[in-house]
Design a binder for this molecule. Structure first.
Ligand SMILES: CC(C)(COP(=O)(O)OP(=O)(O)OC[C@H]1O[C@@H](n2cnc3c(N)ncnc32)[C@H](O)[C@@H]1OP(=O)(O)O)[C@@H](O)C(=O)NCCC(=O)NCCS
Length: 146
C-alpha cells in the first residue's frame, strides 16, 4: 500500500478550497506499469486550469505554456483525483494558473490523502480572430473561493 499512511494523512486534503475538477482514476487511464498515465493527469490539470481562466476571461482561452510540471507521487487506479486551480497572475492577455493535484485513496475505511502533482499553466484569452485579446479587469476578490 503506497498511500500516505502518516498520521494526519486525511487532513492533507485541502478543505478550505473548492476542487475545480474531481474524477475517479479508471483502469482505462493506466499506463503499461499499471499506474495512471501522466498524460491523462496533465489533461485533467489543463482542464482545471482552463476552467478558472475561462471564468476570469469570460471568453475563449488557449493554453500557451506549462512553465512547470512536477510529478511527486504516482496515481493508482481507483484513486479519487482532485485538481485545485488558482490564478497566480493576470497579464494583459494571459492568465497564469497554479494547479495542484491531490489523491484520496481508500484504506481501512479511511480516505488517505496525498499531493501528487503540481503545475503552472499559462492561458491566453483569444478573440474572434484567434488572436490574443485584452482581458477584463476584475476586483481583488475575484476567485477567492477557488
Ligand atoms: C495562444 C496564441 C494565440 C498566442 O499568440 P502569441 O502571438 O504567442 O501571443 P503573444 O506573444 O502576444 O503573447 C500573448 C500572451 O501570452 C504570454 N505568453 C506567450 N508565450 C508564453 C510562454 N511560452 N510562456 C508564458 N507566457 C507566454 C505573453 O507573455 C503574453 O502575455 P500578456 O499579454 O499577459 O503580457 C498562439 O501562441 C497560439 O495559437 N498557440 C497555440 C495554442 C494552442 O493550440 N494550444 C493548445 C495546445 S494543445
Amino acid at each position: 500500500m503506497s498511500a500516505n499512511e502518516q498520521e494526519g494523512a486525511e487532513e492533507l486534503f485541502p478543505r478550505d478550497r473548492q476542487p475545480t475538477v474531481r474524477i475517479l482514476a479508471m483502469p482505462a487511464y493506466a499506463n503499461p506499469n499499471g499506474n495512471i498515465f501522466g498524460g491523462w493527469i496533465m489533461a485533467q490539470m489543463d482542464i482545471a486550469g482552463s476552467v478558472v481562466a475561462v471564468e476570469y476571461s469570460g471568453g475563449r482561452v488557449s493554453t500557451v505554456a506549462a512553465t512547470s510540471m512536477e510529478f511527486h507521487k504516482p496515481v493508482f487506479v481507483g484513486d479519487l483525483v482532485s485538481c485545485f486551480a488558482q490564478i497566480q497572475k493576470v497579464g494583459s492577455t494571459s492568465i497564469t494558473v497554479k494547479v495542484e493535484v491531490f489523491v484520496q485513496r481508500a484504506h481501512d475505511g479511511r480516505l488517505l490523502a496525498d499531493k501528487v502533482t503540481e503545475a503552472v499553466i499559462v492561458y491566453v484569452a483569444i478573440g474572434e480572430d484567434g488572436k490574443p485579446s485584452k482581458l477584463p479587469e476584475r476586483g481583488p476578490d475575484f476567485g477567492r473561493y477557488w
